[in-house]
Ligand binder design. Structure first.
Ligand code: MLT
Length: 243
């Protein structure tokens, strides 16, 4: 298996993901929320690029079965049902519901990643489960970090490195194809004994703590807390076991 990693989805071309399984990462917080929501019984997550797309999608679905979630500048959007904190996605709010998710970086990256042969959503809380699925698919991999407003993000790169670490320990035929993949592995190795501190030092981690979301950052830094692998299918993310 060959693996290449992209620090951001900017400038990604079709041929860089063609014929590969993509793994999209947005640790703070979109892919963490996707994993939590599916664990708590959401029917599906429908990522959309804009707030307008979110309202448009809601209008197409049964109003009693849809929940609008997401953020702009880390905060819940006016008129939305939920923000982008994993703690808002408990079973009482989202069980059996379709979640239309509009976040700043993660939703857009998922839409780009969905062009891969398979597309999986990864965060620190479910990395090992994603690695297990990749080992079954046995295809070359493109890891797409969502980044932060077009730039590099420490937490997504670190999570990409954690995924490489997990894949390396389960397979001896993984080869890293670009410098970014090696850098991600180095960053993970540097911080692996204290992911929470690393996340709090990151740009977006600091922003979230300042907005009062320290609990989210703590939660999102827990390695392999849940065994859920969100997979892309026909315009939405669903649980691997409900495929
Ligand atoms: C994003 O997609 O940019 C995020 O998940 C941001 C956030 O939750 O604060």
């Amino acid at each position: 298996m060959k693996l290449r990693l992209f620090f951001t989805p900017n400038g990604l071309t079709e041929d860089q993901i063609l014929g590969r399984t993509t793994v999209v990462i947005d640790v703070l917080r979109a892919t963490s929320v996707a994993a939590v929501a599916l664990k708590n019984g959401a029917r599906e997550i429908i990522p959309v690029a804009t707030l307008g797309d979110a309202s448009g999608m809601r209008a197409k679905l049964d109003p009693s079965m849809v929940v609008l979630g997401g953020e702009r500048d880390g905060r819940k959007v006016e008129g939305f049902d939920l923000g982008n904190s994993p703690f808002e996605y408990g079973p009482e709010r989202i069980e059996k519901k379709s979640i239309v998710l509009a976040t700043t970086n993660g939703s857009a990256a998922l839409l780009i990643g969905s062009e891969g042969d398979h597309c999986l959503a990864c965060a620190i809380i479910n990395t090992s489960e994603v690695a297990r699925r990749l080992a079954e698919i046995k295809q070359d991999i493109a890891v797409i970090c969502s980044g932060n407003k077009g730039g590099f993000s420490l937490e997504d790169t670190l999570c990409g490195g954690m995924l490489i670490d997990r894949l390396k320990s389960s397979s001896d035929n993984l080869s890293l194809e670009n410098d970014a993949a090696w850098v991600a592995l180095d960053i993970f190795n540097k911080h692996k004994h204290d992911l929470e501190t690393a996340l709090k030092q990151s740009d977006h981690g600091t922003t979230l703590v300042n907005l009062g979301f320290e609990r989210d950052v703590n939660y999102c830094s827990q390695a392999d807390k849940i065994e859920i692998c969100p997979v892309w299918k026909s315009g939405r993310l669903i649980r691997l076991d409900s495929e």
